[in-house]
Structure formats: C-alpha cells, structure tokens
Design a protein around this ligand. Structure first.
Ligand SMILES: Cc1cc2nc3c(=O)[nH]c(=O)nc-3n(C[C@H](O)[C@H](O)[C@H](O)COP(=O)(O)O)c2cc1C
Length: 187
C-alpha cells in the first residue's frame, strides 16, 4: 500500500536510521543493495546522504544515471536485505536472482521494492570530495511515499498491530532491531 508523502516530510522517513535498499538503473541494467548508513541532511529542499562504497555496482549506476531510490524494508525482507548486501549485481541481475518484485517510482521510474514500508526517489547532488574521501553520496528527494498503515500525517506510528510494517535497524552479523517500543516525551 503506497500513499504519497509531502516532500517537506520526506526527511522523517529516514530520520530514525532505518536500513535502506538502494536501487539504481542505467543503460538497461538495474540493481539493488542494502545500506545501513544514511541520514537526512536538509529539510527544504529535502536532501539525504548515503554511504555507497566506490567498489559497488550501485555506485557505478548511481553516478552514471544521476539518480537513485531508497526503499525501507520490513521484517519479512530481512533475508533479502542480507542477500542483496552480500552479493553484487556485477554477477547477474539481483532482482531475478532473489525474486525481488518492484514497481516503477512515480518521477524517475526507479525500482520501488514491494513489501517495503516507505520509498523515495532522489537526484544525485554531485559532491566529488565527499564521494571520494568518504564514499558518501548526496541526493535531493523528488518523490516519496509510505504505507499509510505505519506512516501518516508526516509521522511514523510504530504499534504492535502494524509490527509487520516496522523498519529494520542493522546491528551487524545479519541481525536487525525493529522499533518495538516507542517513548513519548512530554513538554
Ligand atoms: C545490512 C547491510 C548493510 C549495509 N550497509 C552498507 C552501507 O551503508 N554502505 C555500503 O557501501 N555498503 C553497505 N553494505 C554492503 C553492500 O550492500 C554490498 O557491498 C553490496 O554487495 C553491494 O552490491 P552491488 O555491487 O550490487 O551494488 C551493507 C550490507 C548489509 C548486509
């Protein structure tokens, strides 16, 4: 289930540090990899930084096309996350190999992976120094959507009754935490 998210709320989708699936496409090739390291860096226009190793096919397609997408996997996709974070698209199409179902994003047509809880499409903002020194790429969000059962009105709502839509937070060694308990601070 996908509902558009206003661009002014897009940074909230990754504010809490979820693991993302980075998708790319260029010249008839498409790819997907896992990334635990991403963060918002600007509200308006909404901009996000992601660490994408120079050696990856993702980085090659991202730079060549100037675009990428981020999809936020749910617990049912934990195995997929580990799989696409462990092999390379250089060895064959990972969508076919891992049976990944995706639909085209609304602005750039990049793969938005089914079964996720949120999706973003981004245009690369070239930052040669950061890309070389830290493997960090920056993107401006041009489209965003989320499953309204877990993100609505510009806010995540993590509850027991929507646990299958919670985001994954990488602990290392193939383990992920999910936001099972939310604390409401009072003024
Ligand atoms: C859970 C998880 C998180 C990862 N996070 C990152 C990350 O933040 N940055 C990165 O460059 N690689 C990260 N990786 C490794 C890439 O996903 C991996 O190098 C991948 O095989 C690259 O695929 P590609 O060559 O098809 O693009 C992660 C792997 C896993 C399993």
């Amino acid at each position: 289930m996908q509902q558009p998210v206003a661009l002014e709320h897009a940074s909230r989708l990754v504010n809490h540090g979820p693991t993302v699936l980075v998708t790319t496409a260029h010249g008839g090739r498409r790819n997907v990899m896992a990334a635990a390291w991403s963060m918002p860096v600007e509200f308006t226009p909404p901009r996000i930084a992601v660490v994408v190793d120079k050696a990856t096919l993702t980085r090659e397609l991202l730079v060549a096309s100037g675009h990428f997408a981020l999809c936020l996997p749910t617990p049912a996709l934990a195995d997929l996350c580990l799989a696409v974070g462990s092999d390379s698209g250089r060895d064959g199409d990972k969508f076919a190999r891992h049976g990944v179902a995706a639909t085209p994003g609304p602005v750039l047509g990049l793969p938005w992976i089914e079964g996720c809880s949120a999706w973003l499409e981004l245009r690369r903002l070239p930052e040669p120094h950061a890309e070389q020194a830290y493997d960090t790429v920056f993107g401006e969000v041009v489209a965003a959507a989320a499953d309204p059962r877990v993100f609505a009105g510009g806010r995540w709502s993590f509850r027991d009754d929507n646990a299958d839509l919670h985001t994954l937070h990488h602990l290392g060694g193939g383990q992920f935490a999910v936001p099972s308990r939310v604390v409401q601070a009072r003024r």
